[in-house]
Write a protein that binds this ligand. Structure first.
Ligand code: HEC
Length: 196
């Protein structure tokens, strides 16, 4: 009985919480009413397209262009090495190279080579988010080249293998099959399946 009572209490609380949310949301001005300060303008559709480099794991939408590790090496040295180290092993920020044998140990080292399951999402992330102090500043070819360089440093592709929209999705990342479905009942697929 007591479980029953407490769960009812919880749902009443949720209702009250929702009510408060609705009131707060109603009090906020809609974006259209916000002051504009007379600067800036909405981006054009072309501008949004040029910056939209979110690529799914299967590589759909990868743009035309290409790069190799050999081409990526000097770009990496100039734009990335200051934070990630010349060989990508600097632990101060994220380590990008090595760690392959560590995932099942007490001190797993998550890197591009040890952890990332797909290469196209690596291109997508680098292209949008790195270098972290100047995100989005790499050209399409530069992003292919530094992606290739990181894959090469991790021993996954050769120095002169050309990475482009066709080849990048074919790269077999070492940890591709290392992921398991989340077994917790309240998250992931299991939870979705239970919902009406
Ligand atoms: C100013 C320092 C800085 C520079 C320069 C920089 N990065 Fe990073 N990078 C970071 C930091 C900090 C993170 C962690 C970001 C986070 O956790 O959200 C990171 C994360 C990453 C990751 C994700 C690693 C992982 O396993 O999750 C990749 C890949 C990466 N950087 C690649 C690059 C590349 C390629 C360049 C050069 C084009 C670059 N970075 C330049 C600071 C930097």
């Amino acid at each position: 009985m007591s479980t029953c009572r407490s769960s009812k209490g919880a749902s009443r609380l949720t209702v009250v919480g929702l009510g408060v949310l609705v009131i707060v949301a109603a009090a906020l001005p809609s974006p259209a009413q916000l002051p504009t300060y007379g600067v800036g303008r909405p981006p054009t559709a072309d501008e949004v397209r040029a910056r939209d480099r979110t690529i799914p794991h299967d590589g759909k939408g990868l743009p035309p262009g290409s790069g190799t590790a050999a081409l990526g090496k000097p770009i990496y040295a100039e734009r990335c090495a200051s934070c990630h180290g010349v060989e990508g092993r600097e632990p101060k920020y994220d380590r990008l190279v090595g760690g392959r044998e560590t995932l099942a140990t007490d001190t797993p080292v998550l890197t591009v080579g040890s952890f990332w399951p797909y290469a196209p999402t690596l291109w997508s992330y680098i292209s949008r988010a790195q270098p972290i102090d100047e995100p989005g500043s790499l050209t399409v070819d530069q992003a292919y080249a530094v992606t290739a360089y990181l894959l090469h440093l991790n021993g996954i592709i050769g120095e002169h293998d050309v990475m482009d929209a066709k080849t990048l999705p074919l790269v077999r990342m070492p940890n591709r099959d290392g992921f398991v479905p989340d077994p917790r009942p309240d998250v992931g697929k299991a939870a979705k399946a239970r919902k009406p």
